[in-house]
Design a protein. Structure first.
Length: 275
């Protein structure tokens, strides 16, 4: 067809459009990202992953490939844990990396990954740093939370009542002075030893079926509130289950990564979506 190559994938139903662009030639404007992610007029996704060589992107990285991640509204984001898993799975399926360990470059720094024979992926997410406390307000109801930096900002609130009852249709309020670049908001229930349930309202996207960095933040916050900074937990999100381990100065996220479709974007559509 002579159009622009794309793939569609998801990690625990956090879904992405992948754009292979090794030489960095695509003009990926915010308007094009928003159009691609629109579920009525585009392909529909929570974000876009542009696959570009680190050197072409001007990134100093030990990894050959840079994950240029954009939120569904077109804004640039530092990091996405589910996105890295899908990105890594694509590199293996495309023959650009082998099953096993390699490094993916991100705006939050290098992320070592391991693609397992079953095509699940472990991402070394770096430190999950507790940065304070703040409050978010959902439908007029305030929730205190623990602020966590996982290369991007999070606020994690532990609820006694079931998180399934929250209305996350609209953007919850938060302290814009504390989070001047916005924040990902996680709401969690403790399910027992080593088990959490989570819902998330993502910065620049809205509620999503999963958030990889959010699951790491959730586990780090739960451990912090329990008086420790190391441990592991399964995290159930609407899109599935992942496993998170948090240690001093490090964390890992393991979960599935699925590629579901590939094709070509119509060049006239791409031109019209440019903004």
């Amino acid at each position: 067809m002579g159009g622009i190559e794309f793939l569609k994938g998801h990690g625990t139903q956090n879904d992405f459009v992948l754009l292979p662009d090794a030489a960095g030639r695509l003009d990926l404007t915010p308007a094009r990202v928003a159009a691609l992610c629109d579920r009525q007029r585009g392909l529909g996704a929570d974000g876009v992953l542009r696959v570009v060589r680190s050197g072409v992107a001007g990134l100093e990285s030990r990894g050959e490939w840079f994950m240029d991640y954009r939120n569904a509204d077109g804004s640039i984001a530092e990091m996405c844990g589910n996105g890295v898993r899908v990105f890594a799975r694509y590199l293996v399926e495309a023959g650009l990396a082998g099953v096993g360990g390699f490094v993916v470059g991100t705006r939050a720094g290098d992320r070592p990954v391991e693609v397992h024979p079953d095509r699940s992926v472990t991402v070394h997410m770096g430190p999950a740093a507790i940065t304070g406390t703040s409050v978010t307000v959902v439908a007029g109801r305030p929730f205190s939370g623990v602020a966590v930096d996982v290369g991007n900002p999070h606020l994690v609130s532990v609820l006694d009542d079931d998180v399934a009852g929250l209305n996350l249709e609209h953007q919850p309020d938060f302290d814009h002075d504390f989070f001047p670049a916005g924040v990902n908001l996680e709401f969690i229930n403790r399910l027992g030893e080593g088990a959490l349930r989570m819902r998330v309202h993502e910065r620049g996207v809205g509620e999503t079926r999963a958030c990889g960095t959010g699951t790491v933040a959730a586990v780090a916050a739960a451990l912090h509130l329990a008086g420790t900074d190391t441990g592991s937990s399964a995290v159930d999100v609407p899109g599935g289950r992942v496993q998170v381990t948090v240690a001093r100065g490090a964390s890992t996220l393991t979960g599935p990564a699925q590629l579901v479709a590939r094709g070509e974007l119509d060049e006239d559509w791409w031109a019209a979506a440019g903004g």
